[in-house]
Write a protein that binds this ligand. Structure first.
Ligand code: DGJ
Length: 350
């Protein structure tokens, strides 16, 4: 995965060099897949299914983009499986000059389908729709179902709203999915033109909001008027955690950690969980997902983020960092290189 080609470089043109099997994560470096190509999976998320990890993400950091999928058993060696969702199946607004961002996938045990949600937008970011697609296989191809805005709620619609929220529903942008222990699924997303985060419970098939929509019971406005995006939710010991970024386009900013006893809130900010150099810039990265660390005790997680290169988005890299939850909070520290043995040290003293 890492950009070290090792002895394979000496083989000459006829033999494609195989990258050395990576033994550790190197945040911010170029990560190579098992074919030796840079991993193209941005603003993505990981689905674990029967011991196999599927990493879905934006094919290109910039537009236009389909959804890529990679497969791994150890989170270090990633086999490219191609496009889970090609750009061609998207609605015209997103397909032509728009974007398909932050794809996430859940497995629905009742329908036995993989369900993908994504943020679709046009070039001006005024389309701001959820997209939903389903597949019988984790690698796809996913069939696109529809694009829509899940909630219509009068938060005091602005005059001359460029996103036409009164008419079309409230905007849907940076998003994530969350599956609770009871089998209920939720979507988190930046709404109200990014002013306020929404959380919406999904229906049994995970393809739409649970109906009827009742504020406080099936959906809620959270982090109200705070302009947060890039939501990365997770749960530990009956508490819910949500890492978000600020709203500064492709430029990095300070992360926030919020904690709640109920998904619909109240959510309490614990401030920026990052420590050390570049803590106010989230180490020049933006959150996308939190994954329980495989084979480690509960409370051990991986923070996944993207280090965007705003002028060369295709060269953006991945920043994954280990952390443990301790006393309802966590610290994120940048590490040049780490492997799973680090969790013993992080848990020390617990
Ligand atoms: C920041 C968001 O987090 C990204 O997903 C993307 O929408 C960029 N803004 C676009 O500027």
């Amino acid at each position: 995965m890492l950009a070290t080609l090792g002895a394979g470089c000496l083989l000459g043109a006829e033999a494609a060099p195989r990258p050395a099997a990576p033994a550790a994560f190197e945040p911010g470096k170029v990560w190579l897949d098992t074919q030796g190509n840079p991993i193209r999976s941005h603003a993505g998320g990981i689905l674990e299914r029967e011991g196999v990890y599927y990493w879905y993400g934006q094919e290109r950091a910039g537009r236009p983009s389909g959804v890529t999928v990679y497969r791994s058993r150890d989170l270090l060696n990633w086999e490219p499986l191609g496009l889970a969702l090609p750009r061609e199946v998207l609605p015209e607004e997103a397909r032509e000059r728009g974007v398909c961002e932050r794809p996430k996938v859940l497995w629905n045990a009742k329908t036995r389908r993989y369900v993908m949600w994504m943020h679709l937008d046009n070039r001006q970011y005024t389309y701001a729709m959820a997209g939903v697609a389903v597949s019988e296989k984790p690698e796809g191809p996913f069939a696109f179902l529809e694009a829509f805005r899940p909630v219509r709620f009068d938060f005091g619609y602005p005059e001359n709203d460029r996103c036409r929220q009164k008419e079309l529903g409230n905007t849907f942008r940076d998003m994530n999915l969350f599956l609770d222990d009871d089998g209920q699924a939720y979507v988190f997303y930046a709404s109200e033109d990014n002013r306020t985060m929404y959380i919406v419970r999904l229906n049994e098939a995970f393809t739409r909001p649970a109906e009827p929509l009742v504020q406080g019971r099936t959906w809620a406005r959270i982090l109200v008027d705070q302009y947060r995006e890039a939501p990365a939710p997770f749960k530990y010991r009956n508490k819910y955690y949500l890492i978000t970024s600020g709203c500064t386009g492709w430029n990095p900013n300070a992360a926030d950690l919020s904690v709640a006893n109920s998904l619909f809130g109240p959510w309490t900010s614990r401030g920026n969980p990052c420590v050390g150099p570049e803590r106010h810039l989230t180490f020049r990265a933006q959150s996308t997902f939190v994954l329980p660390a495989p084979g480690k005790p509960p409370g051990c997680f991986i923070f996944m983020a993207d280090r965007w290169e705003p002028k060369r988005l295709e060269q953006s890299t991945h920043v994954w960092l280990p952390f443990v939850v301790r006393e309802d909070t966590l610290l994120l520290e940048f590490r040049e290189r780490w492997d799973f043995s680090i969790y013993d040290a992080l848990r020390g003293g617990q």
